[in-house]
Design a protein around this ligand. Structure first.
Ligand code: GLU
Length: 281
């Protein structure tokens, strides 16, 4: 079976060395096995996605010497697919509208914490006659979803072996946002299946999300890829890398005349390249 990997950036800002490292991991994983490397632009976050960032991302990848196969997939062109999955889950009674604001949730003194912050306390779960004219998101009834699946959930990660999926720890996650037609969790799960991705290569910061994706695969009858959550570059996540260490963006390095292939080769050593204007903490 042909190996298929992907790089799936969100065009909400410029890429930096952490993104480059992740793209290289996914690219090299496929290429070293005679596989395909795909590019997907995760641009459904209408409030933060910018078309100009898309152009910059494509130029950055070319500069790094990373060629992708086939056409670029844009999530913004797949909204009906996400809508159909939401309709299906809603018809099965697994979604409910939630009207809470961030402040409401933060104010809930009892809100416990899960792998990705506060767990939604379930305030809207049992609302009898929700007024859908008010702004709302749609949440997955996590306990109901697990009962509907009724099978042990696990996935394989190359560095961790077989991992038991524990989506319950995430609480009732959002599948359709107030300001976006789908959430990251839903779109990524549907897209990886639609693109025939066999191996998801991405940073270890996304490992917690995989527990939710595994449940969505079971609910929607989708295959489960193999996972490779790689260590983050120099032990920092992308955002921290950019913000805390003041690391230049890839486009800044490119414009400064840095050799992209040499930069990529330095990153392949698993460390922030020294001598490219990037220093680790
Ligand atoms: N779009 C996500 C990000 O930029 C990555 C999604 C993924 O690799 O699953 O953080």
């Amino acid at each position: 079976m042909t190996i298929v990997t992907r790089f799936a950036p969100s065009p909400t800002g410029r890429l930096h060395a952490g993104h480059a490292f992740s793209a290289i991991q996914a690219h090299d994983f496929a290429r070293s096995r005679g596989g395909r490397f795909l590019l997907r632009i995760e641009d459904i976050d209408g409030t933060r996605s910018r078309p100009e960032h898309v152009e910059t991302i494509l130029a950055d990848l070319r500069w790094l010497g990373l060629a992708w196969d086939g056409a670029v997939l844009f999530q913004s062109q797949r909204l009906p697919i996400y809508q159909a999955a939401l309709d299906d889950l809603r018809a099965r009674g697994l979604l409910y509208p939630c009207f809470c604001t961030r402040a409401d949730i933060a104010a809930s003194m009892t809100a416990p914490h899960g792998p990705e912050g506060a767990i939604y306390p379930g305030t809207c779960r049992a609302r009898a006659a929700p007024d859908l004219a008010r702004p709302h998101c749609w949440r997955l009834d996590m306990a109901g979803a697990l009962a509907a699946v009724d099978q042990p959930l696990f996935f394989h990660d190359s560095r961790r072996g077989l991992v038991d999926a524990d989506p319950l720890a995430h609480g009732d996650v959002v599948l359709a946002r107030k300001d976006a037609p789908a959430s990251y969790h839903l779109a990524v799960t549907l897209d990886d299946a639609a693109q025939g991705v066999t191996d998801v290569v991405r940073g270890a910061d996304l490992l917690p999300a995989t527990h939710v994706h595994r449940l969505l695969q079971a609910l929607l009858g989708l295959p489960t890829p193999r996972y490779h959550h790689h260590a983050l570059l120099a032990g920092t996540d992308g955002q921290r890398l950019a913000k805390r260490h003041g690391a230049p963006t890839l486009s800044a390095l490119r414009e400064r005349g840095v050799d992209g292939s040499a930069f990529a080769d330095a990153l392949r050593q698993g460390e922030l390249p020294v001598g490219f204007g990037v220093t680790s903490a």
